[in-house]
Unconditional design. Structure first.
Lengths: 344, 344
DNA sequence: CTGAAAGCGCTTACAG
DNA sequence: CTGAAAGCGCTTACAG
């Protein structure tokens, strides 16, 4: 089980260990005969460089750490694809860890990454407060994905969640909806802005009295629970704006099970435009985000600090885009279409 | 940007570096006063232990590496949950990397894990040949998830794919189907056995002439492509057994778009029982696997080698279970129900 | 309970 | 092009 080291290779090839190191690093700088001998010895022994030792002396690991809040949300998989693509183009490797939708476990995942001395860190859909994350940004480049911030110490990339939410609400309002409820995901990344966008657009449309906000989260079950509450609230909306597609799917399940028609009885909008949401049977109206691009951009931000010496914080915001499918339509009645009424 | 080391802490606390190390390792063995001084100095400096250095001397990293073939498949997220749970209970941390459904990139991900000197490796849904993976199993404990093997050098945990496939086909046959096609996913983990199970059950039922196999993969788009081929084959089956739920979803999309009814015109079965597959609008008949348990078991196998000195290979096979939902029903005609006929 | 020494497996200048 | 020496940041025996 003991692995061969550079010394074993050197002994077998009959050269010094420095020469072996040189061959491993830059074979072209070594004479033909010695190079061959070293390479052959390494192969015979099944030598595999010890990145731990290398990292210690180089003070860099070549690894970009990714901490995502939920491994189950396909949204992050696409972002991770983008990160990995950009990182590997520049000679870095990506390594993932999950925060399991829990700020404490997320914090622990981040700590592990820091102790492992990853060169840069990308945190997606964080459940933590930005202030707490800023504390680690002194040690290495950190980029937040999906969370808005104006921090001077770390970078961020996200879409304009408020704008996306407003587009969603505007779409519903233009279809004639006034009783539009919103499921939010607490302080999870992106949710506060989406909620604010919902509220602002409702106010702008003169629907301030119709604002109804229910607590859910970014998961299917969270969306389902919130939808059950909505159905039991005795104040049935004609449309629901969910905080993301996963939650919308949970809400959809509850609505379907209740025997209600979408969008006949109730319209539904999500956020993220998961591949899944485009399936004919789901056909969810949603707000799309350029997932892979978000990932590429996030990696780029880290690499700029790592390899180009950038020091000032950058915050990239890209526009979201409404994707209209089959879960939104006019409300059941039309008399409801006038704004600013008593909620009953 | 330079991080404080144990020496900085020692200097600030006015003690030797060994003492600092001791405090970090086992504070209870150090006197009250010194312990406090060290801890305070560490806090003031924002000291964070360098796991790279620690790993180098301890010759262990405390990390279990997970290489999964596809970050987009929610199946793996659940397995990873199980791994992480079992690993953290025993003081290990889990770290993920994707193989991007490509044997070469998978190999590269594995190599990175080895160079990083993870203590154990769990490979899920591998696209590689077992023989090639065995080569690395001399250096550290390796467990394969979802791939059958009798290797003497590494462990494996999976469900009985052949049995699951046979159950699926039996279910269709008992509904009266004879023209049952199968989409397979090449040599990807689990697929060959599922294909063989399909073929065996078809033969057992006297349907050897009705065997139709189409090449797809374990993704939605792979299932969709195969389904298009099936529709264009001029030999429409009354039922399709997909290699997994993701592929079944792709097939479902194509069938829906073609204006055909499921299960009225064609029955559909998947494999995995993703959460998603239970949604009312999907309601996919499928073969379930205990995902989290698979993960826990996989971690357990690695930990047994790591901490309990087990040397002989263990191969755990758990039974799958058919989950009957709404995508399977009797075939359109009933005359077809007799076995062993000319395929036209 | 505490300190000095050696070493984990590499790379990095630095001489030859 | 090649070799000896120092050191990355820790832990591990080993004396006191």
């Amino acid at each position: 089980m003991k692995q061969p080291t550079i010394l074993d290779v050197a002994a077998r090839a009959g050269v010094s260990k420095s020469l072996v190191s040189l061959v491993m690093t830059d074979p072209s700088r070594v004479g033909e005969a010695n190079r061959k001998a070293v390479l052959e010895a390494a192969k015979d022994l099944g030598y595999r460089p010890n990145a731990v030792a290398r990292s210690l002396v180089q003070r860099r690991t070549g690894v970009i750490g990714i901490v995502l809040s939920d491994l189950h949300n396909p949204f992050f998989a696409d972002v991770a694809d983008g990160i990995e693509a950009a990182a590997s183009e520049r000679g870095y490797r990506a390594m993932l860890s999950s925060g399991f939708l829990d700020p404490k476990r997320e914090r622990s995942a981040i700590t592990t990454m820091l102790e492992l001395r990853v060169d840069g860190l990308i945190i997606m859909g964080s459940m933590m407060k930005v202030g707490r994350i800023e504390g680690v940004a002194t040690a290495l480049p950190v980029t937040l994905v999906g969370r808005h911030t104006r921090s001077k110490r770390l970078d961020s990339v996200c879409t304009d969640d408020a704008a996306g939410a407003r587009e969603a609400v505007a779409h519903l309002a233009e279809l004639g909806h006034t009783r539009i409820a919103h499921i939010h995901a607490g302080s999870a990344a992106g949710s506060p802005r989406r909620r604010r966008g919902y509220e602002k657009e409702m106010i702008k449309r003169g629907l301030v009295d119709r604002i109804r906000v229910f607590r859910g989260d970014f998961t299917e079950s969270g969306g389902a629970k919130a939808m059950i509450e909505i159905l039991n609230s005795g104040d049935m909306p004609t449309a629901v704006f969910a905080p993301n597609d996963a939650a919308a799917l949970g809400a959809m399940e509850v609505i379907d099970d209740a025997g209600l028609d979408i969008p006949g009885d109730i319209s539904l909008i999500g956020y993220d435009d998961l591949t899944l949401s485009g399936l004919p049977r789901i056909s969810l109206t949603t707000v799309g985000q350029p997932r892979t691009d978000l990932g590429r951009e996030a990696a780029q931000l880290v690499l700029e600090r790592l390899d180009e010496g950038r020091e000032d914080a950058r915050h990239v915001v890209v526009p979201p885009s409404l994707v209209i499918r089959s879960t939104t339509g006019p409300p059941p009645g039309d008399a409801d279409a006038q704004p600013s009424e008593d909620p009953q």
